[in-house]
Design a protein around this ligand. Sequence first.
Ligand code: PLP
Length: 388
Amino acid sequence: MMKPIPYGRQEITEEDIHSVVEVLRSDFLTQGPTIEKFEQEFAAYIGSRFAVAVANGTAALHLSVLSLGLNRGKKVITSPITFAASANCVLYAGGEVVFADIDPKTYTIDLNIVDDILKKSNGKDYSGIIPIDLAGYPVHTEELRTIADKYGLWILEDACHAPGGAFLDSQNVWQQCGNGVYADAAIFSFHPVKHIATGEGGMITTNNEEIYRKIKLLRTHGITRDTSMLDKNDGGWYYEMLQLGYNYRLTDIQAALGLSQLKRASKNLQRRIELAHTYFRALSNIDHIQLPYTHNNIRHAYHLFIIQTDYRKQLYDFLRTKNIFCQVHYIPVHTFPYYRQLGWKMGDFPKAEAYYEKCLSLPLFQTLTNEQQEYVIASINEFYAKKS
Ligand SMILES: *Cc1c(COP(=O)(O)O)cnc(C)c1O
């Protein structure tokens, strides 16, 4: 039997280990120089002006919503097909989540539906929109910007799945996910299943200096030592707390791991794309499977390879008996007991719910070997051979 194959997992090299050990022997385990280096190099990779490293992707969402603010109203629109944190962050900030159904082709939030929702109330009570680059499929933030601008709303791009993804804008320029050109800010996660792994970790990218400064302040208790921001100055020890902030810092230990992994990010993305292409070739002739949508105007980042499939549960269970551990991304957020208690119910978002009935994420990560992938493909074929 093949050893267990998960849907995603981290890659740790000797060089990664060496980088971490170096920080362990240094003067700073946290709030040291490695954080800033990681932020600068991550911003360069994504193409944004600023980046702020934080404890995890959820903290990145929380601080982003707090910094962008709910000044125009409590409501923020997001997709029901995402990890719960993309919606929860709005509640943390005292806001109200409004879901908009997905585009059944791309599985990302349907921009026409977003526009319709806002049109109905002329944007009243709405402050922002949180689109998700689901599986690595880039949301067209340029088109979303046009909609958001009609009502003065901010855009927070949840780009956890899409470092290295991009879309071609109306000027024929490739716009990388999270580069801050059309969205006001974007967030990333460094959870072990994501492209870059630091154990726990997250990043906010933005081109807006004011947002950048707010987030940095909130990351460390709302405390500053910056003399230009102080009311008075009692001496070298002195600092002031200006806002009710948090301790959402990343450690230098984690930043060292992130920096080391970032060096391989492009290469690893290429490997993910290569594996995805192999799935496309191998599974295209199975009638029961619908493969991910893609076209020439996007560069998919392939965090996940999500198929839509008949007999989803049977296939999932069958693959488990083969030691292949697929996953479902995601259970629609509005159907969770917590969100139902807020008034949402099954039936509210038919496209998201139909998507959920059939979606399955196949194993996809940089260290998945060709042999392992062939075994996954052979097992899927074996399952459907009995069905047709
Ligand atoms: C992973 C993920 C998050 C949360 O990141 P954490 O680092 O686990 O807090 C948020 N949104 C999406 C889409 C994610 O995939």
